[in-house]
Every structure is written in C-alpha cells, then in structure tokens.
Design a protein around this ligand. Structure first.
Ligand SMILES: *Cc1c(COP(=O)(O)O)cnc(C)c1O
Length: 345
C-alpha cells in the first residue's frame, strides 16, 4: 500500500484503539479471571452503564453492532411481528438480513423521511395499513441515534417518536452505534434521549468511538431482558474471555472518555465542514454529529482519491460521506482541505 494512502475519513471504524481503552486492556491482561461474563471487568461496565444512564438497567456485551441490533430486535419480536425503521437504516441496508434471521422472520418496514430521520406521518400511514392478521403485526420502532445521515434526533423529536410508539404499543429500540456522538452533539444527559423518552433497548456502540470490538445491549426495562443471556449464547455472541471485551469499555466509560472522544470526532467534522464549504463544498444533510455528506462532482472525488484519500460515495448521483473519529486531528482535516482546494481549482 502506498504510504500516501489515507483512510482517515472513510469511516469512523478505520481509527485505532484509543489510549484509555488500550491501557485498560493492558491492565486486565494479567492472572486468571472468571469467564463467560462473570468477571470483574464486565461487572464494572454494568455498574458504569447504570451510573451513566442514572437507572437500574441491564447490560450485555456482544461482538458487534449487527449482533447488538439483531439480538435486541429478536428479543422484542415474535416471527410474525414487524419493525418500523428508516429506509436508510443500518438494520435495513447493512446487516444482511440479520434482524430477520435472528428474530426468525420478523419483517422490517422501511419508512421514508428527510435527513435520515423517520417521518412520523409516513410511519402512521404504514401502521394504519397493518390492522389485522394479514400483515405482520407492528411491534417495534427502531431509530438510529445519531442517524446514518449524520443527523441527531433532539429530545423533542424523540418525544414525538415515543408518543407514536406508545399510542401503538410499540417497543422503542435505539441503534446507538454513534450514541456517544449524539449525546455529545446534544449536550444532554444520556437518560434524556433514552429511557426518559420511552426507549426500552439501546445498542450502545463503542467500536466507532475508540474500541476494537464489543458493543453493549442495554435494557432499560429489565423484564425485557429475561433469558437474553441464552439468546446471546445461541447467537454465537458470548465471548468466553469476556473480560477482554469489557476491559476496554471500562477505560472508555471512565472519566467521560466516551464523550471526550465523541466531542473530538464531532468537532473535527465541524472544522471539516467549515474548510470544505469555504472551498465551495455543499452539504447534502445538516452536520450534527461526526459525519459530513457532501455533494461532490465525481471528477473532484476521483482527483481526491487519486491523491490517496479513501472515502465512499453514499448516494447517487454525487453524495459522498466523510467520517471523523476520535483520532481525527486538525492537521488531518487541514491536509484533506488543502487537497480538496487543489482538486477543485
Ligand atoms: C457501524 C454501524 C453499526 C454496527 O455495524 P457492525 O459492523 O455490525 O459493528 C450499526 N448501526 C449503524 C448506524 C452503524 O453505522
């Protein structure tokens, strides 16, 4: 690979492991310890999550976000149920049918909506069409926070979603692969966009925020977590050496490192927006977290790629995504912006 190859903005999972997570992993790397989730690191993560969310929730560790989402939804749904989600939701477009597979057939019902957010009128229209046994009973609503388009639902928007869910007796699931970025963006308490807004289950992402692997499934309604440990094991998601998935989480959740990392990612996206828009760039969606979606003439994108920058086209004909992470630096943003200016000239 040429040394000029740069993956900084391709995704937030091209980043390294953050120092605090790495140190916590090193610290856990001694002696023998109980396996299968009964270790001290896992116990500590559970306590930290209860503290952060200020409630008595129940936490499980799985390997990745697809597993977290799929197993969470499978826990909420029978095979004859269905789940409302945005048409661009990761569970709909990027999980290879895993939610349907693990739930044994529960159907995803894609809903349109601007800027990656579910349009509640469209959701209500779909609900109105699902009245009897001839269509899969709608049982859950799944939101991404932050969304796949880099936007964030405000607490008020979450309240409106929660009202619809309550009216139709739907469970509310949050895909929080970028939950930290949403909290950092809103500057709110985590409870304000989760259980206080009717969320029963959260997939809490750490990978894109500085870990190597390991996402949390957090149940705010503990009754719903019943026998979830069996589902995790059957799904091939129970690590025997749980401490090594949990230890980095303890480093991430201590001293608000998870928020510090997310703030850095968000701030770098803000700076990137400032620099690229000053050079003629045009946003496709509002920048509210750590992603930038740009309308980019394809020839400029190709010139940038020829200069070694890797990033993806997200939407035809011309929308490209640039992601920032905890490890994105001002120097990295400036290097990209300088090349962007040259490519646009
Ligand atoms: C990255 C991501 C996930 C998790 O993906 P995995 O590759 O399975 O870890 C889930 N939801 C969203 C919105 C994501 O961006």
């Amino acid at each position: 690979m040429p040394t000029s190859d740069r993956h900084d903005f391709a995704s937030d999972n091209t980043s390294a492991i953050c120092p605090e997570a790495w140190a916590a992993l090193a610290e856990a790397n001694q002696g023998a310890e109980v396996s299968y989730g009964d270790d001290r690191c896992t116990e500590k993560v559970r306590a930290q999550v209860r503290e952060i969310f200020e409630t008595d929730c129940e936490t499980f560790i799985v390997f990745n976000g697809t597993a977290a989402n799929s197993l969470a939804l499978a826990q909420l749904c029978q095979p004859f149920h269905s789940v409302l989600c945005h048409e661009r939701a990761h569970i709909e477009t990027d999980e290879c049918g895993a939610p349907e597979f693990f739930s044994g057939g529960a159907k995803l019902l894609p809903v349109g909506g601007k800027n990656g957010k579910i349009d509640l009128a469209l959701a209500a229209a779909i609900l109105a069409q699902h009245r009897d046994v001839h269509s899969a009973k709608v049982r859950a609503l799944s939101l991404a926070q932050a969304t796949e388009m880099g936007t964030v639902y405000s607490p008020n928007e979450m309240e409106a979603v929660a009202a619809l869910a309550l009216e139709h007796a739907l469970f509310l699931h949050l895909d929080g692969a970028r939950f930290a970025n949403a909290v950092a963006s809103l500057g709110c308490a985590p409870r304000e966009i989760t259980w206080e807004r009717g969320v029963q289950v959260l997939s809490f992402g750490g990978t894109k925020n500085g870990l190597a692997a390991g996402e949390l499934v957090v149940f705010f309604d503990r009754a719903l977590a019943r026998e979830f440990d069996y589902r995790v094991k059957q799904g091939g998601q129970l690590a025997s050496k749980t401490r090594f998935l949990a230890a980095p989480w303890t480093g991430l959740l201590a001293n608000d490192v998870w928020l510090k990392n997310a703030r850095q990612a968000n701030e770098m996206a803000r700076l990137l927006e400032e620099k690229l828009c000053a050079a003629g760039g045009r946003l496709a969606f509002p920048r509210e977290a750590n992603a930038l979606f740009l309308h980019l003439p394809n020839d400029i994108a190709e010139k940038m790629q020829a200069r070694g920058w890797h990033f993806y086209k997200f939407l035809e004909p011309d929308v490209y995504r640039l992601m920032c992470s905890w490890s994105t630096t001002t120097a990295g943003v400036e290097a990209f912006a300088t090349d962007f200016q040259a490519a646009s000239a």
